[in-house]
Ligand binder design. Structure first.
Ligand code: CMP
Length: 145
């Protein structure tokens, strides 16, 4: 089961350690803390299901997740990385299955909060765009391989 972990002040301390949030000011971090929920999930928990609608962005604080694409590619994501951004950006269904490959601590940002987050913390826009481009390149490269 998913279980809520800490309060907001310890959350800011935690956020400072996540590479995705490295360039943010203290004020921006407080805004992230306000908009993101912290959850712990056990190994094997399905976090995104291909083809289903998706309503959250997940940022990995601790542990690893496995992305399995519909063509059978497996990509491992670790602390500081994130997933679930594609469905939030274009409103489309989840593009892959994502499972917890270990016990994990995650930050979860809902759809409405996602857009507020990008407004409050513009450095995140470039990081998310950069990850999207990289993922598209990887997908293209694996397609032609
Ligand atoms: P979304 O489509 O919302 O849900 C599944 C997520 O898996 C997707 O967002 C991305 O965050 C992630 N994902 C899909 N394809 C890749 C890939 N090639 N590399 C890394 N992550 C991916």
């Amino acid at each position: 089961m998913v279980e809520v972990a800490f309060g907001r002040s310890s959350k800011v301390d935690l956020l400072q350690k996540v590479p995705l949030f490295r360039d943010l000011s203290r004020k921006q971090l407080q805004e992230v803390a306000r908009l993101a929920d912290e959850i712990d999930v056990p190994t094997g928990k399905r976090l995104a299901t291909e083809g289903e609608s998706g309503h959250e962005l997940f940022v990995i604080v601790e542990g690893n997740a496995t992305v399995k694409t519909h063509r059978g590619r497996i990509i491992r994501l670790g602390p500081g990385e994130f997933f679930g951004e594609m469905s939030l950006v274009d409103g489309g269904p989840r593009s892959a299955n994502v499972d917890a490959a270990s016990d994990m601590r995650l930050l979860v940002v809902g759809r409405r909060e996602f857009w507020s987050l990008l407004e409050a913390a513009p450095p995140l826009v470039a990081k998310i765009m950069s990850a999207l481009s990289r993922r598209l390149r990887d997908a293209e490269a694996s397609f032609s391989a």
